[in-house]
Design a binder for this molecule. Structure first.
Ligand code: PEP
Ligand code: MG
Length: 843
């Protein structure tokens, strides 16, 4: 969420030139008086400003001070405003610090970086600043401070409850961790007044993620959530809905994690040799599996960030830019992770993005810059101080969030100073190793080269850390919390890592190694048998075959998809080519990517979806106009038709790729089609480009994601070669549920009978013209969903690669007649619960 940047006007009555206050307190009171007279603050706020001076230094540097009130007294602010007191002869602020411009701030919201940037910009222009100390023209001050403004730093902890409140007993099985806390903060931030969360004597600002996490809430803790301001009542209702609405999901996630933990394979038992036990470093199992190899100890993560002071304006801009770019990067990472690994894993990066909105960290970084430190150093120091506070939390889940803050802080840091990018996981030996690290960030884990890392052992961290979750998803044996002894190991030491029991065995004898290899071999054979079945077609017992595709976006993801049993790519979301970088790829770059995809698929089908930008997939660098309702706005096909500069290079790249491909290996599909007219216009553009390039015909299909398209499927089918149903969007549009809405997640159920009926209508419409229908939305990867879809007449299912084996098994265990009967019963159900209750019944 962006910081508040409401512009502050600076009318002349908020400026007093030539003041000569007797001292600091008199200066503050005089400036406060201007704010009082202008109706910005309640008179009592002046005392609050004085009080603040005893707990924090508001001297910014270079003759500028920014007095402001205590966090708790923000209710005394009536409207945002700043007042300037010019003190040509200066007033002593602290020992050795003389203020000549006293900028008193009244603001209810947190937007530190904006005001600090504005002041720091001024400070780096010493001549201009000096002139302001003595100017006789208020217009000079207005001009110098004439852009956006913001509010004061608010790091202090808060006191009792606010005007209205409710109580709640934490029932999240793992306490309040970053993902739900991020949702709380998002809701709280919409409040115009303050929001406070209190547990016992400790109360914090409900709009600050780090502060909330520092409460260390555990299951069973009773908290009081309070708010003030004119909308307090409504805010609390919304907050209660957010907080309690997440309970079901938290419980479901915990239950799923427990199920997964039970389902893991048994650990390895080393052979017993009389008189000898292998030395072992014991930690906690984080991801099952056995790895044998040399350890590679990653140099300790605390990098030295050189303090390279920069002009304040430049430093402020670099920080601002780095924060924005990192937000974009995390958004893209979250979107991609959601599609590759699942929404829970994606939530890791969404919560990390929320950490970037922590105003305490940003304020501290700015203050350090004003003190004369470089932007990189200042940011790193601010992150470290906050992370250290988090790490000290007795709740291990919350202490683990320190790693997230450091991770995200590191991303920003390398944006500020790309020289700091080096080291870490990019300097691995060429031969496969067990990577040993003090701790590993989630983003480093997600980016591990699986060809070079066969296991992971960290000195710190916990089994619920995001790093551990990602390791499990990647299938990488891992142990955590091995302690400092781990990082003392010599590089190259041969070891056996058991990620099930969380043990790293050292100095294995030949017999130990042979036993471990034998165990791995057994596991390999088991897995190979499974893989063999994955390779078999999804053919029902009575011989009906459903094509199985994978949803992948990059050529390097294709081999994994094929090894999972994919028979092609049913959905390549090309917007990720745009989202993962800061600019648009050229036609040539796109062509190279499509070629590489086709080559990786070696003749298997590739369905490329033309850019689906808009809705939840915003590409900031395209600078498209802001929309109030992006899901109902210019997205998908509507956007393509309005932006030939995006559509045409993509189509040219695709038709060029088709020229070298096997006939019909490449298929093009258009997203978010609503009307026949859109299809006709897009087809005409395709025909023109194909003729210009003398390229072969390519099957053209559309995504059925809008109910209108499903209802009119019989009309549209005449004009396209295939349909692929995007059930994620079809569900949100059919049920009027925002697919990203955290509270409504359980209601956005693609198995709702009305969604199933739309799918059935699509299949019937397509059959009238002999067209085939696929599904590439999330429900295709759910074995029960896949069974229903096959029963409804869907011919192709495309999904996240790791879902393929389960779906294939389910279909191979069924017969078509049973699936059809199941689908018919589902169509007749009254609710999605009733549909789900059919699971497990005859297929
Ligand atoms: C869908 O909407 O189901 C779909 C596959 O498209 P996306 O998730 O990319 O919007
Ligand atoms: Mg979609």
């Amino acid at each position: 969420m962006a910081t508040d940047t409401h512009p502050l006007s600076l009318p002349p009555d908020l400026i007093r030139l030539g003041a000569a206050p007797a001292g600091k307190e008199a200066a503050i009171r005089e400036a406060a008086q201007l704010l009082i007279a202008a109706g910005c603050i309640d008179p009592a706020y002046a005392d609050s400003m004085i009080r603040r001076e005893s707990v924090a230094n508001t001297f910014l540097g270079h003759g500028v001070a920014i007095p402001h009130g205590m966090v708790d007294d923000r209710n005394l602010v009536r409207r945002n405003g700043i007042a300037i007191l010019q003190v040509p002869d200066g007033v002593v602020w602290n020992d050795g610090q003389t203020a000549r411009l006293v900028v008193a701030i009244a603001a209810q919201s947190d937007a530190h970086i904006a005001i600090l940037r504005r002041l720091t910009r001024l400070m780096q222009d010493e001549a201009r600043l000096n002139a302001l100390f003595t100017t006789g023209d208020p217009a000079d001050l207005v001009a110098a401070l004439s852009d956006e403004s913001a509010a004061p730093a608010t790091p202090a902890s808060e006191a009792g409850d606010l005007a209205e409140s409710f109580e709640w007993v934490v029932d999240y099985p793992t306490g309040l961790h970053a993902r739900p806390a991020a949702a709380w903060v998002e809701t709280a931030r919409a409040a115009s007044g303050r929001v406070r969360v209190r547990h016992g004597d400790e109360a914090v600002d409900g709009k600050t993620l780090v502060a909330l996490l520092q409460l260390g809430l555990r299951p069973g803790d009773r908290i009081t959530v309070s708010a003030d301001g004119s909308d307090a009542h409504a805010v609390l209702n919304r907050l209660r809905a957010t907080i309690t609405g997440l309970s079901a999901r938290e419980k479901a996630d915990a239950a799923a994690a427990a199920r997964k933990a039970k389902a893991v394979v048994q650990g390895w038992t080393p052979p017993t040799t009389a008189g000898r036990e292998m030395p072992v470093v014991a930690g906690v199992g984080a991801s099952p599996g056995l790895a044998i190899g040399p350890v590679h100890v990653m140099p300790k993560a605390d990098l030295t960030v050189p303090d390279r002071p920069a002009p304040l304006l430049e430093g402020g801009n670099r920080l601002h830019e780095a924060l924005n770019l990192t937000r974009q990067q995390l958004k893209a990472l979250a979107d991609d992770t959601a599609r590759r690994l699942g929404p829970a894993e994606a939530g890791i990066f969404a919560a990390q993005a929320e950490l970037l909105n922590d105003t305490d960290v940003i304020t501290l970084a700015c203050q350090l810059m004003v003190e004369g430190h470089g932007p990189g150093w200042s940011w790193n120091e601010a992150v470290e101080r906050s992370a250290a506070k988090l790490a000290a939390n007795p709740n291990p889940v919350l202490a683990g969030r320190a790693a997230d803050l450091r991770d995200v802080g590191r991303r920003v840091l390398t944006r500020i100073d790309p020289d700091l990018r080096g080291g870490s996981i990019r300097d691995l030996p060429d031969t496969p190793c067990i990577l040993v690290a003090d701790d590993l960030s989630p983003s480093d884990t997600a980016a591990l080269d699986m060809g070079r890392v066969i296991g992971l052992a960290t000195a710190q961290g916990g089994p619920t850390s995001h790093t551990a979750i990602l390791a499990r998803t990647l299938g990488l044996p891992a142990m955590v919390a091995g302690g400092g002894a781990l990082t003392e190991l010599a590089n190259g030491t041969t070891a056996i890592l058991d990620g099930q029991s969380g043990r790293l065995y050292l100095e294995p004898t030949d017999a130990d190694l042979a036993a471990a290899h034998g165990w791995i071999e057994e596991q390999r054979v088991k897995k190979a048998q499974q893989e063999e079945r994955r390779g078999l077609p999804a053919r029902t017992r009575d011989g009906h075959t459903v094509e199985i595709g994978a949803n992948v976006n990059r050529p390097d993801q294709v081999p994994v998809a094929l090894s999972q049993g994919a028979e092609g790519v049913g959905l390549m979301r090309t917007e990720f080519l745009f989202l993962e970088r800061g600019d648009a790829p050229s036609e040539e770059e796109q062509y190279q990517t499509y070629r590489a995809m086709l080559e990786a698929l070696d003749g298997r089908p590739l369905i490329v979806r033309a850019l689906d930008i808009g809705g939840d997939k915003q590409v900031p660098h395209l600078q498209l106009p802001h929309e109030e309702n992006p899901f109902l706005g210019v997205r998908g096909a509507r956007l393509l038709l309005r932006h030939p500069e995006l559509l045409e290079p993509q189509l040219r790249a695709l038709y060029r790729a088709a020229k070298g491909a096997k006939p019909d290996a490449l298929l093009i599909m258009f997203p978010m089609i609503t009307t026949l007219r859109e299809i006709e216009t897009l087809r005409a553009v395709c025909d023109r480009i194909r003729a210009e390039l003398d390229a072969p015909a390519v099957p053209l299909g559309i995504m059925v994601e809008v109910p209108a398209a499903a209802i009119q499927a019989d009309v549209l089918a005449r004009h396209v070669d295939f349909f692929s149903i995007g059930t994620n969007d079809l569900t949100q549009y059919a049920l009027a549920v925002d697919r990203q809405h955290p509270e409504l997640a359980a209601e956005a159920d693609s198995l709702h009978p009305s969604v199933l009926r739309l799918i059935r209508m699509t299949v019937e419409g397509a059959e009238k013209h002999g067209r085939w229908v696929g599904v590439c939305g999330g429900i295709a990867g759910d074995p029960f969903g896949a069974a229903l879809l096959a029963g409804l007449g869907v011919r192709e299912l495309s999904m996240t690669p790791r879902d393929i084996p389960g779906v294939k098994d389910r279909l191979r265990d069924s017969d078509l007649a049973g699936l059809r009967a199941l689908a018919q019963r589902a169509l007749d159900c009254e609710s999605s619960d009733e549909v789900r209750a059919l699971e497990g019944e005859a297929s």
